[in-house]
Write a protein that binds this ligand. Sequence first.
Ligand code: F6P
Ligand code: MG
Length: 459
Amino acid sequence: MIPPPYLTSDPKSFGYPTVHKRWPIIVSDAIKDVEATINANQAEAIKNLGKIIVGKLQKLLQDFKDDAQVRPFTEQEIELNGDLKVYNEQLNAFPPSITWQDGLWLFLECYLYQYMNNFFLIESVEVPFWKTFDVFANLKWLSFKSSEPGVMELAHHYHSLSSQLNLSGATGATTDAKKAIFSEFVEIALWGNATDLSLLAGTTSLEDIQSVQGKNARTANQSKILINDTEKAWNRLLSTADAGDGAVSESTGVHIVLDNAGFELYTDLVFSLILLDLGITNKVTLHAKKLPWFVSDVLIADLSHLLSQIVDPSFFCLNESVQYVHKIVSGYLANGKLSITTSSYWTRPDAFWSIPSCAEASLKSQLEAAQLVIFKGDLNYRKLTGDVSWDPTTLFATALQQLGETKIPILALRTCKADVVVGLQPGTFERVAKEYKAMGDGLWVSSGKWAVISYHKGM
Ligand code: F6P
Ligand code: MG
């Protein structure tokens, strides 16, 4: 039986401080950002429409406080963004009085980002300026800029590995060496997820963020990985790698369902380079979001922003190894071995349990023909497991529901920032809760300090 979902009304859930504290900070920051843009812009029409957007964001802040009812999207909104239909369908299935402070946390949080995005879509009907405005772009920029030490360290590591091992084609590396490199870069991509702007709305500071980037932090945190299925994922890649005989030519390679822009995206890019350099796959596809989402999630444009930023001397100090990373990424993008795409599916409000029945046909078949589909981060994990209150010892395969019965081979790399967690050994949840009690307040499972690497091979 499927247990109850997490609700924003439950004081024991991280959904509760989310609606009372985190969302108000996120929306207040968005207001400041639009105001700064209005002040920096000369055109009257842009200023005026910007003021209307600010008014709507202020009303939203008030709605959180008043615990206002969450309304269906209007016809005009749906006309501008057809992806909203599914939100209304699901809203209709809930009790009539779903409010910000009393509803399904996962649904409401997804709804929130679509709702805010509408303010910009509507005001851009006549003046397109606001249409592609990313209200979180400044925050992304600031956080990535403060990640310079981590960016340099990782570039240097990749550069020296690349020259030591002659990674291109990986001619010099044994299978054991390749496996060790793979495991290390899985961890790098995993902890890249600890750099998360949406947590800035809580107590995490930019200094905290820097302290989780880099080799020392990773070594110190190894015991915080509560489940580690890296070896299973490696075996899957080995058994599906193209030996050059065309046997797996139907495969669509490795897919990474991205999470956050900035440092995490950078770690995902270097991880992608490693996968390609090791010759373990011929193609890596990155999946981005279509609209500003959960503050820091990657939009397609964030990839080119990042590539310009890392070689811009006014952003980071010029560095040979970073330039090398830039060159290799650009090369793979140019020859199509690395690509980025998006789909409306990733910004729906429901669990990924619906992939078998309602993901766009082409997306579903691509994922089913993958060597591996890597889901990054907390939100993707909540969607994989339905964001319901599973017992923590529930099998990952069970928590995936219908998705676990498809051919999609899944690897979740997740630092824990919300309530749901599965696949733990009996007693682990309680042991970590005790350990965390000595460290601070709140739930260990939403603290971002522990992580899981969970694999399911598919049917
Ligand atoms: O738990 C805090 C939170 O903002 C959740 O709302 C959301 O699931 C998650 O963190 C976002 O984190 P990530 O970027 O890792 O998905
Ligand atoms: Mg995110």
